[in-house]
Design a protein around this ligand. Sequence first.
Ligand code: WQD
Length: 319
Amino acid sequence: MHSRPTWLVVGGAGYIGSHVVRGLRAAGHAAVVLDDLSTGSRGRLPADVEFVHASLLDPRLDAVLSALADRRSIDGVVHLAAKKSVPESVAVPLYYYEQNVGGSVALLRAATAAGIGRVLYSSSAAVYGETSAEPVTEDDPTLPTSPYGETKLAGEWVVRRHAEATGLRWAALRYFNVAGSASERLADRGATNLVPLVMRAAEAGEPLSVFGDDWPTPDGTCLRDYVHVEDLADAHVAAAEALLDHARPSPGVLNVGRNEPTSVLDVIAAAERVLDAPVPYRIAPRRRGDPACVVADASRIAKVLDWRASRDVLDMLRR
Ligand code: WQD
């Protein structure tokens, strides 16, 4: 193995992808980014990162990847390119299947044709659907409740089956609730997730709607497992290094969470501590499709990759 492994980071101009690029480079790897810029932006990336503007559904993808692999040795693909809005996936499921599943199939075909033998796939806790009150393990049933979750699960199947057939080395990281940023420039703009909405409520003075306070949880609000995007990026680096080490088996499917049940009111209280100011909120009806509790059992990733999160919800809110 040459000294500086190079990863093709697909979807590298997005919120999580740009943090993965940053993490890989900090760990001494190189990254080439491929992105269609439908939601990502070039400004998230350092100027010296080679950038390929292309869509996974472009019929020329095979040629693009083969040309790239002829020019630079590419050790593996980190595949983060996907549509990720749960409600949008309910409204336009065909679009989500086409983009997320179709995109993954096209990428695997092109990567294999270009001789690239390692894939690190972005999956989601959305593959579990309605979970029990217990932390979920990777062996628990996968019963996604949205087309978004289905496309993420189908992507795992496609990667695993292709790996069985071809010897591809692979890992799939199931992200829990990702928040925070490494810098102002890399923050998740226009997000509809709880952490940015809490900060926006505090800044604008407009009350946040808390979706239900009558859930079967200790304080009546939903429990989630929040993970800092920089810890998530470190998990990608650890998985990438495992893929490079052929003495180790492929990591397979791994939860990326903290095993730390955190309620909506906990997030609000943490924000009040960070801001030293009140966060206005009101109790609103439950949101359709919300599970009461989604928390990771994170023991497998600790064992397989020796990864554990080092940042907490306060760190996510500070950024
Ligand atoms: C978190 C908690 C809400 C907004 C989603 C996707 C999941 C993954 C991550 C990946 C919930 C509550 C929220 C608000 C609130 N996607 N909430 N008021 O739904 O856990 O996960 O994002 O790409 O697949 O489903 O995240 O941030 O929307 O909500 O009370 O205004 O905050 O009910 O309990 P969620 P979220």
